[in-house]
Design a protein around this ligand. Structure first.
Ligand code: ADP
Length: 244
């Protein structure tokens, strides 16, 4: 996140990819894309391409990690070596370890963990192509994959970032905006419960700008939530058609 004053918004008020400040990137979501997993989802958000797979609930190994009163959620966020222009080492980086924790913590409040004591669920997130905002898109996809696995949930989790580029508060930053822009505020929301499960900030914002960015990100989350529900419904229509 740098403070360089490169032009990211043109005279017409449009961004590098032609979007208005409050516009999301084009989003495509598909649920149930991996037949070996208990649940799965795929998301494209702009140039991001991300797969989420769920395995479990299952017995915990090693056994001492099991909790007597709840299930444990394990999460692995990983970027494929070919997901960015310069080959990324397949070994887990500090950033990936942090994002795995952040994504797990954003998902946990949505799950009835106490329904499955002594078990574990594994959440695998594989970023096939990255272009900014992958933690949010990963949360959006992983919560759908959990629902697809039939895990009892209080709500879906929808996530989206907002931030500041040039002097404008914008929604859903892509990589260049993330890198050159002044600030990035990723937010995850359980829209039905109206509860935030992730709120981070990278960069500098005034209090007023921060409020604006959070509200814009929440608006983005609600739009994404509508798309999540459509994607889940589409999955069930497909299942019904196969059964008939
Ligand atoms: P997020 O993807 O949630 O915005 P970051 O802000 O850490 O997380 O990363 C922003 C973007 O930087 C990523 O989406 C990706 O496009 C790019 N990026 C991350 N790690 C690397 C890397 N090792 N090499 C090249 N680009 C990277």
């Amino acid at each position: 996140m740098s403070q360089k004053s490169e032009k990211l918004i043109d005279k017409k008020g449009l961004r590098l990819d032609g979007r208005k400040p409050n516009e999301l990137r084009p989003i495509k979501i598909e649920v149930g894309v991996l037949s070996n997993a208990d649940g799965s989802a795929y998301i494209e958000q702009g140039k991001n391409k991300i797969l989420a797979a769920i395995y479990g609930p299952k017995e915990v190994h090693p056994k001492h990690l099991a909790l007597p009163d709840r299930m444990i959620l394990r999460c692995r966020y990983h970027m494929a070596p070919f997901s960015v222009q310069e080959r990324k080492s397949p070994a887990p980086s500090r950033r990936e370890i942090e994002l795995s924790k952040v994504i797990r913590e954003a998902l946990e409040p949505a799950i009835f963990l106490e329904y499955y004591p002594r078990t574990a669920i594994d959440v695998f997130v594989e970023v096939l192509q990255a272009d900014g905002g992958t933690r949010c898109a990963s949360i959006t996809a992983a919560s759908l994959a959990l629902a697809d696995a039939g895990i009892p949930m209080k709500d879906l989790v929808a996530a989206c970032a907002a931030g500041k580029v040039d002097d404008t508060i914008v929604l859903d930053l892509m990589d260049t905006e993330d890198k050159i822009g002044a600030a990035d505020v990723p937010v995850a929301l359980m829209p039905n419960l109206d509860a935030i499960t992730l709120l981070q900030m990278d960069g500098t914002l005034s209090l007023e700008e921060f409020e604006q960015a959070v509200n814009l990100a929440l608006e983005g989350c609600r739009k994404i939530y509508a798309m999540q529900k459509e994607a889940l419904k589409a999955r069930y229509v497909n299942v019904k058609e196969v059964e008939e």
